[in-house]
Design a protein around this ligand. Structure first.
Ligand SMILES: Cc1cc2nc3c(=O)[nH]c(=O)nc-3n(C[C@H](O)[C@H](O)[C@H](O)COP(=O)(O)OP(=O)(O)OC[C@H]3O[C@@H](n4cnc5c(N)ncnc54)[C@H](O)[C@@H]3O)c2cc1C
Length: 495
């Protein structure tokens, strides 16, 4: 392996080994720094953990891989190739929706087929969709190609961008703008679901996030053989080979700084201290900024006022039979959409109904379960911990409701062939990943929390502290967090 060309210049510490932290560690190492990565859990990957039960393998979090070149770039830093370590499979079928009235609609790589299916589902819909896709393309060029890997810590960058944002109607919501083009209510909902993948209410998320729809079309939707965790393993191996020191089971408790504001080091939960001139945090910024020795701008009151993303319940289960008709990514949309989402995002209680996403990796990769079996997870957006739900009581009841809904829709007879099941609730997100309020995706992607308004990648609280990951610019989702590490590299090169 080619070692980084630059001489090691600083002792850098990365807090957290999710995709954002791993990408930042690799980029710092490639810049020549000595890098130590500290992760509180026993394994790296953050939300992209892997669970295994008797030959059934579950990716814990992300399942849809887009913008794969962002992974290639990390390997190229060390003259390596991702393709030599992970097989990325481009999917033909992307999403299959099932609506409460029993209707179904799916789409994937084949755009011509999508246009024909739209016409068959709702006559006239294909022209509206064509215009929507064109709008999504403009959002993608503005928001992703133009901004995702650019630093956004100066207000002037935001002001420069304002005319373009206004022109593209970024002040509207994803759901609002989709409705302008797509009149059929079921299709409108289907094409509005992308913000949920990054923690946003489609009716409140800035329409810039329509870019996700085009990003999928531009670079495709991929699946790594062996699951998304195969990407974590490949990045971890790359980092270790490059000389990054990785310490799991290590929680950072406090950021220590001098009166001047200069970073001094990190205090660990076990009482240990690590001196550092340079630190990159992949921890939830809302958690991190509540643990500064000397907070400046991010007061507890300000952190409290932020809009946090919804919580998630994820039910993992194995079936001792196969459901070959079920595609890899399926979504059930019930009779309520924005009203239900309002209840999820505003509380005060767990709604009685829900929509869900069902993941069946065995549709593409039979190796994710024993022969003849299927591995699944069902994901349900729920209120975060601010709603005060008693998850010890609500969790088991919700599990039963999810199984009922799956039996009525995608997986008839499921209870007769269940091999195992277990569920994560927002309490697990708070406990395992230190996510404030147990939010699934840190702070929500509303316009007032995007770009300059989001947590900056270079901290204004502590000199020498940088922030990567879902709560920072550009935002949640694998492409977002990998891009945030790129922003940090740019900032370090400029400094
Ligand atoms: C169920 C689910 C499904 C998703 N589906 C998709 C998808 O299909 N496609 C997609 O692109 N995105 C998806 N996402 C979003 C995506 O997974 C995340 O936005 C992304 O993985 C977050 O990466 P990260 O590095 O910001 O944070 P994390 O993955 O949360 O990593 C942060 C790490 O920091 C560690 N840490 C935190 N605090 C400390 C501390 N004080 N000391 C030491 N370590 C600490 C945590 O333990 C964790 O390992 C999904 C998310 C979830 C939860």
């Amino acid at each position: 392996m080619t070692k980084p060309a630059l001489p090691a210049s600083k002792q850098a510490v990365v807090i957290g080994g999710g995709f954002g932290g791993l990408a930042a560690a690799l980029r710092l190492r490639a810049l020549g720094h000595r890098v130590t990565l500290l992760e509180r859990n026993p394994s790296l990957g953050g939300r992209a953990q892997r669970y295994a039960r008797d030959g059934f393998i579950h990716d814990a979090g992300p399942t849809v891989v887009t913008a794969p070149q962002l992974f290639d770039e990390l390997f190229a830093l060390f003259d390596q190739r991702l393709a030599d370590r992970v097989e990325l499979i481009p999917l033909d079928h992307w999403y299959r929706f099932r609506f409460h009235d029993g209707g179904t609609f799916g789409y994937g790589q084949d755009l011509q087929r999508l246009q024909a299916d739209l016409e068959a589902f709702a006559p006239g819909a294909s022209e509206g969709y064509r215009q929507l896709l064109e709008q999504a393309r403009r959002m993608f060029e503005l928001g992703f190609l133009g901004l995702a890997d650019q630093p956004f810590h100066r207000l002037s960058s935001m002001l420069k961008l304002a005319p373009a944002l206004l022109r593209e109607q970024a002040y509207r919501s994803v759901y609002g703008l989709v409705g302008h083009y797509v009149k059929d209510q079921r299709l409108r909902r289907a094409f509005s679901t992308a913000p949920l993948l990054v923690g946003g209410h489609p009716g409140r998320t800035t329409a810039i996030y329509l870019l996700i729809h085009y990003l999928e079309r531009h670079w495709g939707v991929h699946y790594p053989k062996g699951g998304v965790y195969a990407l974590v393993e490949a990045l971890e191996a790359l980092a270790r080979d490059a000389g990054v020191e990785i310490r799991c089971n290590t929680t950072v408790e406090r950021i220590r700084s001098a009166k001047s504001g200069r970073l001094q080091g990190l205090r660990l939960a076990d009482g240990g201290e690590i001196p550092a001139e340079l630190a990159v945090s992949d921890a939830d910024p809302a958690w991190l900024y509540a643990r500064l020795e000397r907070p400046r701008r991010w007061t507890p009151k300000r952190l409290h006022r932020l809009h946090y993303s919804m919580g998630l319940c994820v039910l993992y289960f194995g079936a001792t039979r196969s459901y070959p008709a079920v595609q890899q990514h399926s979504i059930y949309l019930g009779p309520r959409f924005t009203g239900l989402l309002d209840e999820i995002f505003d509380g005060p209680a767990l709604p009685a109904d829900f929509n869900l996403y069902l993941h069946r990796p065995t549709a593409t990769d039979p190796g994710m379960a024993p022969p003849g079996c299927d591995s699944f997870y069902a994901l349900v957006p729920v209120p975060n911990l601010r709603a005060g739900t008693r998850w010890d009581q609500a969790g088991p009841a919700l599990e039963e409701q999810i199984l009922d809904r799956l039996e009525q829709t995608f997986l008839p007879g499921l209870r007769q062939c269940l091999h195992h099941r277990f569920m994560l609730t927002p309490e697990d997100f708070a406990e395992r990943y230190l996510s404030r309020h147990g939010a699934g995706f840190s702070i929500a992607p509303v316009l007032t929390q995007s770009a300059w308004f989001r947590f900056h990648n270079r901290s204004e609280e502590v000199d020498g502290l940088y922030l990567t990951g879902a709560g920072t610019h550009p935002g949640a989702g694998i492409p977002g967090v990998l891009s945030s590490a790129k922003v940090i590299e740019r900032l370090l090169r400029e400094s």
